[in-house]
Design a protein around this ligand. Structure first.
Ligand code: OFO
Length: 184
C-alpha cells in the first residue's frame, strides 16, 4: 500500500527546498563571519541568529515531508558566495537571496496548485507569509543603513547601527512560532 501522500514531483521540490533553506543558513553564517571580521559584532550576531531561523525553516519542511509519508533527503549544500564588499553590498545580497527564496516558495505553490495538492498548498502559505516578513526585514536593514549615511556613513553611525542590530529580536514574529524544537 502506498502511504506517501506526496507526488514524486512534490516530494522532490520540497526536498529541494530543504537544501535551499540549509544553503540560506550557510549564507547567513558566512556573512556573519565576514561582519565579525570587519568589526561589526552586533550585525554578526544578528546574522548568526538569522542563520538559525533558516535552519528552523529547513526542519519545518523536512517535518512536513515526513508527516505526509514521504522521505526527507539531506543533500550537499553549495558553498556560500564570496564575502560582500561592504555593509551595503551585504544587505543588498541578502535581499537578493531572500527574493530568490521567495521565488522557490512560489514554485512550490504553483506545483501544489497544478496538482490540486491542497495540503501542500496550505502548508506553503506559511512560507509565503514568512517571506513577506523576511523581505521586509532586509529592506528595513537597507533603510537603517541609508539613514546612517549609506556608502558615506561615518564610523560613528555604523557603530550605532551595529549596536542597534545586536539588540534586534531573534526572528520575525511568524518564525518565532517555529524553531528546531518545535518546527510547527
Ligand atoms: Fe530567509 O527564509 Fe527561509 O524560507
Amino acid at each position: 500500500m502506498n502511504t506517501n501522500r506526496l507526488s514524486k514531483k512534490i516530494e522532490t521540490i520540497l526536498n529541494h527546498q530543504v537544501t535551499k533553506e540549509a544553503e540560506a543558513a550557510q549564507i547567513y553564517l558566512s556573512y556573519g563571519c565576514w561582519a565579525d571580521s570587519e568589526g561589526y559584532g552586533g550585525i554578526a550576531n544578528y546574522l548568526f541568529r538569522h542563520s538559525q531561523e533558516e535552519r528552523d525553516h529547513m526542519m519545518k519542511v523536512m517535518q512536513y515531508i515526513m508527516e505526509r509519508g514521504g522521505t526527507a533527503k539531506i543533500d550537499a549544500v553549495k558553498a556560500p558566495p564570496a564575502n560582500p564588499k561592504n555593509l551595503q553590498d551585504c544587505f543588498e545580497k541578502t535581499f537578493k537571496h531572500e527574493v530568490d527564496n521567495t521565488n522557490a516558495i512560489y514554485e512550490i505553490v504553483n506545483l501544489a496548485h497544478e496538482e490540486k495538492d491542497w495540503a501542500t498548498y496550505n502548508f506553503a502559505q506559511w512560507f509565503v507569509k514568512e517571506q513577506i516578513e523576511e523581505e521586509k526585514l532586509v529592506l528595513e536593514l537597507l533603510d537603517k543603513l541609508k539613514i546612517a549615511g549609506g556608502p558615506k556613513a561615518s564610523d560613528e553611525s555604523l557603530l550605532n547601527l551595529d549596536t542597534q542590530l545586536g539588540k534586534e529580536p531573534d526572528s520575525v514574529s511568524l518564525a518565532r512560532e517555529a524553531n528546531t524544537e518545535n518546527p510547527e
